[in-house]
Design a protein around this ligand. Structure first.
Ligand SMILES: Nc1ncnc2c1ncn2[C@@H]1O[C@H](CSCC[C@H]([NH3+])C(=O)O)[C@@H](O)[C@H]1O
Length: 356
């Protein structure tokens, strides 16, 4: 028996998330981080970008919320300051910033989760219910949905970058990739993972990112703000089509948070395209590297983070997280063998498999 405390924590969980999201959106942490001696609420109100505060009462209450959630401290003069983790993870310019993912969570995921009931009934995304546009049931449109609006693609790519900055170092510490001579990152977005990879493996001969044409164009624009390793090359295309011929050095295709976006038949198409490209390459040992969360076993209830992420994929893309046996089955059907699973301690597990 866990009692009512467990229930009330769940009931109020969204309120705490929203205190964090609203504070990031208003620029509270970015502004306070520039004032190490802290600011009083009236001073802060004058400095926050794009806002005119008629009263500071609401802002003061939000700041107290942040203190209670250990995001800010307040001194005897009621001056608010950021705590160290807030500066590291919740300010825009920090290399470990999660601001991109928080903005995606606030603007996209929060409205989507509001209609989880609809997805639970239909087994489909709930874009139509949440945003009133596009066909909720058309899975092929998942990324058109996510990328809608003038800032949509950039917001999502920033979200991906924030989480890669956390997971990539953990993955690269935990798993040996010494068999890789060159890597193609399929759906590799702005090249952030390839940047971490090349920085950690300077002897890697080649690292290429493959993504949708408009995302590759966006990546070139975004690298002006946050540079990526200048050895990263880009290819435009769709992984639903046969892949272009791979340069000889490329003997690994990476799929980071790709398969969880799609249903099984779509994953098979992607995996078979990857397999066809790898076997055409001259590499002696060629394989695939998958980064996705994996359920601990086929009951799919044991790992809370994976269970919750699975629901997140239901509402957002119509995809799913998988168990080791489900992923292995997909890999075997697509002619991969010698499957190895690495639990990395990060939020992503790594599965490696080689071409038959
Ligand atoms: N048909 C497609 N062909 C190539 N890339 C695609 C396609 N559909 C979606 N994507 C990309 O797949 C990525 C999924 S998000 C994952 C991004 C990155 N691998 C990471 O782990 O951070 C996005 O960058 C999409 O633009």
């Amino acid at each position: 028996m866990r009692g009512i405390a467990h229930i009330t924590e769940l009931v109020n969980g969204f309120r705490c998330s929203k205190v964090l999201f609203a504070s990031v959106k208003l620029g509270i942490f970015d502004t306070l981080a520039q004032h190490p001696d802290g600011l009083a609420v009236q001073e802060l109100a004058k400095m926050l970008p794009n806002q005119t505060f008629e009263t500071t009462d609401g802002l003061a209450r939000l700041l107290r919320g942040c203190v209670s959630l250990s995001l800010l401290s307040m001194d005897g003069q009621k001056r608010f300051s950021v705590l160290p983790d807030t500066k590291t993870y919740l300010t825009t310019s920090s290399p470990q910033s999660w601001v991109g993912y928080i903005n995606h969570s606030n603007d996209m995921l929060y409205p989507l989760w509001q209609n989880l009931e609809a997805s639970a009934v239909s087994g489909l995304t709930c874009w139509k219910e949440s945003f009133g546009f596009l066909e909720g049931g058309d899975r092929a449109k998942a990324f058109e949905h996510i990328y809608h609006g003038p800032e949509g693609a950039k917001r999502f790519q920033r979200a991906m970058e924030s989480t890669v900055n956390t997971t990539a170092p953990q993955i690269l510490d935990a798993v040996q990739f010494d068999w890789i001579t060159g890597v193609l990152d399929l759906g590799g977005s702005t090249g952030r993972f390839c940047t971490h990879y090349l920085d950690a493996n300077p002897r890697c001969q080649r690292a290429m990112v493959f993504d949708l044409p408009h995302i590759v164009d966006l990546a070139q624009e975004m690298r002006k703000d946050v540079p990526i390793n200048d050895r990263v090359e880009f290819i435009k295309g769709s992984f639903f089509d046969p892949l272009p011929e791979l340069p000889g050095e490329i003997n690994a295709i990476c799929l980071s948070r790709i398969l969880h976006d799609w249903d099984d038949p779509t994953c098979e198409t992607i995996l078979k395209n990857a397999h066809a490209a790898l076997v055409k390459s001259k590499a002696r040992r060629a394989g695939i590297v998958i980064f996705d969360m994996l359920f601990e076993d086929d009951t799919k209830v044991t790992s809370k983070d994976t269970v919750i992420q699975d629901i997140n994929m239901l509402v957002q893309t119509g995809g799913r997280e998988r168990s080791v046996s489900e992923l292995s089955h997909l890999l075997e059907k697509s002619n991969f063998t010698d499957i190895q699973v690495h639990r990395t301690g990060s939020s992503l597990d790594v599965t490696i498999a080689f071409c038959k």
